[in-house]
Design a protein around this ligand. Structure first.
Ligand code: SF4
Ligand code: SF4
Length: 269
């Protein structure tokens, strides 16, 4: 059974995956796998871009979003024409010749990846480039084109080690996606420490985050720019922060990581 494993730490947001998907499918008839994708309005691979934090502590998180080729795909039973099926290799296909345009699958898909083609009166989505896989290709166009090899495609057993470290989107939906993501960006708390008397940034200040619930501590030092930037924090965490250098201490209480946090320029006095 095939899987996608997408390493977001090496996705540079180049959009190649989105562009080559269009190159492969717009105007090309791959029946019985898919009818042509229209010129506009559909993204069988859509690169999601999220700006995180506030200036100057900003990060951009990219994530290619596509059909998850779920093992418990809600789109399949939703189709009253039995037009959607899962292949032996795990790929989920909407048969363009059976689809009668009822749109039930579009409502049933929790990931919002099925589009409606008004001209052809059919539902359409990523096919995993199954027409290529069945003709000698080892991977779909998006994986083939990714310059950083962030998108990997292959046998589940081949990627077992990566999958063990990966996450799926909204596992609580229980649909068992076959698209795994590595290094999904978590929350961060950032700031810049400076000495107002010396008018210089403070290098090597010890910044200790304490989880207000568990009491667990983690420590980072300010870098050569006076910056500290602990990452990988949970979505709804609460933290106390203590910054210390040469016996001078600055403290912040109850920092929420509901959003990414930029504490700005912090005078250490
Ligand atoms: Fe990211 Fe690769 Fe897609 Fe470029 S082609 S946006 S690096 S996943
Ligand atoms: Fe079906 Fe949506 Fe799952 Fe794809 S992501 S298999 S369209 S339910």
């Amino acid at each position: 059974m095939k899987v996608f494993v997408i390493d977001l730490s090496i996705c540079n947001g180049c959009y190649s995956c989105q562009i080559v998907c269009k190159d492969e499918h717009v105007g090309n008839d791959w029946t019985p796998y898919a009818k042509p994708q229209p010129d506009t309005g559909q993204f069988w691979v859509k690169l999601l871009e999220e700006v995180r934090g506030t200036v100057p502590k900003v990060r951009v998180a990219y994530r290619p979003h596509l059909c998850m080729h779920c093992d418990e795909a809600p789109c399949i039973p939703a189709c009253q024409r039995n037009a959607i099926h899962k292949r032996e290799d795990g790929i989920v296909i909407i048969d363009p010749e059976k689809c009668a345009g009822h749109r039930n699958c579009i409502d049933a898909c929790p990931y919002g990846v099925i589009y409606f083609n008004e001209d052809l009166n059919i539902a359409q989505k990523c096919t995993g480039c199954a027409h290529l896989l069945d003709n000698g290709w080892s991977k779909p166009r998006c994986a083939d084109a990714c310059p950083t090899e962030a998108i990997k495609f292959g046998e589940e057993s081949e990627f077992a080690e990566l999958i063990a470290r990966a996450e799926v989107i909204r596992p609580e939906w229980g649909v068992k996606p076959r698209v795994y993501y590595l290094n999904i960006m978590k929350r961060f708390v950032a700031g810049t420490v400076y000495d107002p008397q010396q008018k210089e940034v403070v290098i090597g200040a010890i910044c200790t985050l304490t989880d207000t619930k568990s009491g667990e501590k983690s420590t980072v030092s300010t870098d050569n720019f006076g910056d500290f930037w602990p990452k990988g924090l949970p979505d709804n965490g609460g933290y106390n922060l203590q910054i210390e250098k040469d016996g001078i201490v600055k403290a912040f209480e109850n920092i929420s990581t509901k959003n990414d946090v930029n504490l700005g320029d912090i005078p250490l006095t």
